[in-house]
Design a protein. Structure first.
Length: 128
């Protein structure tokens, strides 16, 4: 079961070679998305003159559900962000830490193109 990260969705929407790999993984596995990724997808849509509702419908049609953070997950995201960024020049973003915490809580594997997830230390399948 995958938690599909924003980077994977964007490649999927663009129809790139990596996006085709994402499509294969999504159609072959149970998948979920976070509300944080939905917000990032909306941002991408506005930046790229894409129809947000169309993309939201596509994502929701290909996933089991949208996952949200609870209080314990919010705390874990903050903790991950502080720990992973200690002493680093290039920082891992809070949204990635939020997605990682949701992933941990639900026992999933992040499907992503973003190597930050391996640095955070959560289970991830990174498409290269």
């Amino acid at each position: 079961m995958f938690l599909v990260d924003t980077s994977a969705w964007i490649e999927f929407f663009r129809g790139t070679e990596k996006g085709k790999v994402v499509r294969t993984e999504i159609t072959a596995n149970r998948c979920f998305v976070t509300s944080e990724s939905m917000a990032e997808i909306a941002k991408w849509c506005f930046q790229n003159s894409q129809d947000t509702e169309e993309k939201f419908a596509e994502v929701k049609g290909m996933t089991e559900s949208v996952l949200y953070m609870g209080r314990r997950t919010e705390k874990r995201a903050g903790e991950l962000c502080v720990k992973v960024n200690a002493g680093r020049k290039r920082k891992v973003g809070l949204v990635d830490c939020m997605i990682a915490a949701i992933n941990e809580e639900n026992g999933l594997t992040v499907l992503t193109l973003d190597s930050d997830f391996s640095e955070i230390g959560v289970k991830a399948k990174i498409i290269r």
